[in-house]
Design a protein around this ligand. Sequence first.
Ligand code: MG
Length: 382
Amino acid sequence: MQLAPYAAQQSSSRGRRFAEESPQYRSDYQRDRDRIIHSSAFRRLEYKTQVFVNHEGDMFRTRLTHSIEVAQLSRSIARILELNEDLSETIALAHDLGHTPFGHAGQDALNACMKDYGGFEHNLQSLRTVDKLEQSYADFIGLNLTFESREGILKHCSIKNARQLGDVGERFLNKKQASLEAQTVNLADEIAYNNHDVDDGLRSGLIDIEQLLEIRLFKEQFDVVSKQYPDLKDRRRIHEIIRRMINRQVVDLIDTTRTNLGKALPDSIDSVRNHTSELAHFSPEMQEMNLQLKRFLRTQMYAHYRVHRMSAKAAHIIQQLFNAFLNDPKLLNPKYQQIVSQKEQKNAELGKARAVADYIAGMTDRYAIAEYEKIFNPAELT
Ligand code: MG
């Protein structure tokens, strides 16, 4: 792997919280990736959704397939920019580990439940998952990932939370940047979800091609495909358009970032971190086009009444479960009762609420629905 001077290098890594010897045949970033793939939070991504609820259909994206798409895009970008591909892959696979069941609706509902207890933020929860909640190793709690992986997972964070996070929180207090691997994964995430939401939106019938012709990013590639394949229909036509949209965005990101790097000439990961602003960017034209697409998805798809019905139901399930467990922790599985009572000893209500939030955030869509049934449906056997 050819690495640019500004890439993350194992030799200049800020290391792990608990010192470990490097693996024999893998890099430390490969080890991080492998620990994520073998974690239980990663497996649960299969049954968590972004826009659609898991049982709505087998054809839609889940958090797992989304994370794999982000990893694929991130690795391509990293290879061309001579960044550390292993680190990019690690960050991409871990970036959504802290997501609640039921996508955005679940996150908003849990955040509202946690209003008086420090709030809930999925990004911070992804870090919490790898730092604390995964417990499989004898010598440490969490996955004991390298600083660079943890830095990348923590995409954003409030100043209040940053103060409590130690090393990974510092950049938010000092207005510094994350590595280029982290910056490019963040944008790859955006490319992935904007495009697959168009695809899933069309597939589900929530949006149609007529509407999308108003969107420049779509229209440009629609025209290219229509000219080249005038008779192409349905799924194949949509796929040909979307793959071109993705490619257009990835190429724009690579070209713009390369130009920025040519001007800034960072000679190490620290000079990337110390730069006044992020170096990975879309061109202003692409930013504008992305914004138009995002606005469209927000108003036409995420706010569609069918999505809203599911979101309202999801919010109800999360609220009810949260209140029930907080008011009566004995309803919890005994393993979690123990965690709740351990937390209670330190800081009564706060600790209890956080333990309940951790439990709910870790649920898959179907598990949350099943728990709800078991607790609130008198006909359901527990
Ligand atoms: Mg994501």
